[in-house]
Design a protein around this ligand. Structure first.
Ligand SMILES: [Zn+2]
Length: 470
């Protein structure tokens, strides 16, 4: 018997946690953080308490209360009994938090299977993030942390990496990972060969990106597998094909930056290597130098290892690293937040805000929202700010957006929106389902699963925690 249980990503965008059981073998497809659900209870200064182990998470339904899954220290800390793990592995589709971050809570003996590049990205995130209970994917410190001995290295998880063409075997299950195009490199869809036939899982994908051919390869393989079931993302099921593309982002942004003879700023998600390449190419074409932060350097160095991505090293002379004005000096060891900066202070391509101010039109500065205060050091005059991220889609984001606009207005920066989505549009998505032709379709990672109802397969209106027999 093959069974599917969805513990996240149900009527919400992200937070995927799909339990797949086949004759005694249990695996999870993704184990992500549900942002919407978390946002219902928490905000910046109202946070889940690590001092309660995983108690706050279980109480509020941010994690399912199931046996044989979680870290012993966190269970005990929440006053629960520790258990032996009962899960043979987590198959991770890509390195976005809504698919990966709650791996942080899993028992150390549950291995993680992910793409090679996906692991590089998780390492980059790990290197430059302050440790919290919700981002201990690569390794974790045993709680309670006051009993923690900082000389002992953190507990590392076991990772098995793959590339397209490789097959993953977990007990009786054979899983084929196939690359897909998404707004992060190292993203995969999967074909799981079970005792009842093939089950296709899309992860997150799109067909309008630079590497649309990868998604197409996935769809072809999925179609050939004649799947009994398909689990699909449906983030943008309510949209049409508008012809958006990365090339459009390039053209539109380049035009704006070329017309500006002062400082240029861009904000985009550094996990999106295609977007990095877009702005790197624009800088090159306009004879400017791209200025990034030390956090970005952590990512760039990992991307550089994947020769297929063709990105420069962070020490390349076409890239500059912007030195923060003041370091807090708390980099005693790798657990401290500034260590990743200290490690790189000897690079040849470090630049200060003073240097940038002297020749404002020579530089394109990648400036993320949380670092808008650097504008005080940079003192731009009449520059342009390219917002290459999605527009706000909830109240909290609206408030941040308003703050960003206040910063830009204060420094007289002109705002330009230039972005294309990481997710497939509804029209292309429906065509994809028609091509793959599964017997049954489980729409997840969407707030509008009912919009799949015009399609031919049996559409399962997924309920959280319900067990579906395939
Ligand atoms: Zn997602």
């Amino acid at each position: 018997m093959v069974a599917l249980t969805f513990y996240g990503g149900v009527d919400e965008i992200g937070g995927n946690k799909i339990l797949l059981e086949d004759s005694g073998t249990k695996i999870f497809l993704d184990f992500g953080m549900g942002f919407t659900r978390r946002g219902k209870f928490f905000e910046e200064f109202l946070m889940p308490r690590s001092a309660n182990g995983m108690g706050d998470f279980l109480e509020l339904g941010l994690l399912p209360d199931i046996a044989g899954v979680y870290r012993e220290d966190l269970l005990e800390h929440a006053g629960k009994k520790a258990q032996e793990p009962d899960i043979a592995g987590v198959v991770l589709s890509h390195a976005h938090a809504d698919h990966a971050n709650y791996i942080s809570f899993l028992h150390k003996d549950i291995p993680i299977y992910c793409g090679e590049t996906c692991k590089y990205i998780l390492e980059a995130v790990d290197e430059q993030s302050q440790r919290t209970i919700e981002n201990e994917i690569m390794n974790y410190r045993k709680r309670p942390v006051y009993k923690c001995d900082y000389k002992t290295p953190p507990t590392r998880r076991t990772f098995h990496t793959f590339r397209t063409g490789k097959t993953i075997t977990i007990d009786s299950l054979e899983i084929e990972p196939i690359h897909v195009d998404h707004s992060v490199p190292g993203a995969y869809g999967f074909i799981v060969h079970t005792s009842e036939g093939s089950i296709v899982y899309t992860g997150d994908l799109r067909s309008h990106g630079i590497h649309a051919e990868m998604t197409d390869e996935f769809v072809t393989k999925a179609e050939e597998a004649k799947p009994v079931a398909m689990i699909t993302e449906g983030t943008r099921i309510d949209t049409k094909n508008t012809g958006e593309s990365e090339q459009q982002v390039y053209e539109a942004s380049k035009k704006e930056i070329a017309a500006c003879n002062s400082m240029t700023f861009v904000d985009f998600n550094f996990k999106d290597v295609d977007r990095f390449t877009t702005f790197y190419r624009i800088a090159e074409a306009l004879g400017k130098t791209l200025v990034i932060s030390f956090k970005h350097a952590c990512f760039l160095e990992r991307y550089h290892r994947d020769k297929k991505l063709m990105v420069p090293d962070s020490r390349d002379d076409k890239i500059m690293l912007l030195k923060p004005k003041r370091l807090t000096g708390t980099y005693i060891n790798e657990d401290y937040s500034d260590y990743y900066i200290k490690k790189r202070l000897n690079y040849p391509n470090i630049i200060t805000a003073e240097d940038v101010k002297k020749f404002p039109n020579r530089y394109m500065i990648v400036l993320n929202f949380w670092y808008l205060n650097m504008l005080v050091d940079l003192q731009p005059k009449h520059g342009v700010y390219i917002h290459s991220l999605s527009e706000p889609f909830n109240e909290e984001m609206e408030i941040s957006y308003e703050r960003m606009r206040n910063w830009l207005n204060h420094f007289g920066l002109r705002f330009v929106q230039s972005h294309c989505s990481g997710h497939i549009n509804g029209e292309d998505l429906k065509a994809m389902v028609v091509r793959i032709k599964p017997q049954t379709l489980y729409p997840i990672h969407t707030e509008k699963p009912h919009l799949f109802n015009t399609l031919e397969p049996d559409i399962v209106p997924v309920k959280e925690g319900a067990v579906y027999t395939v």
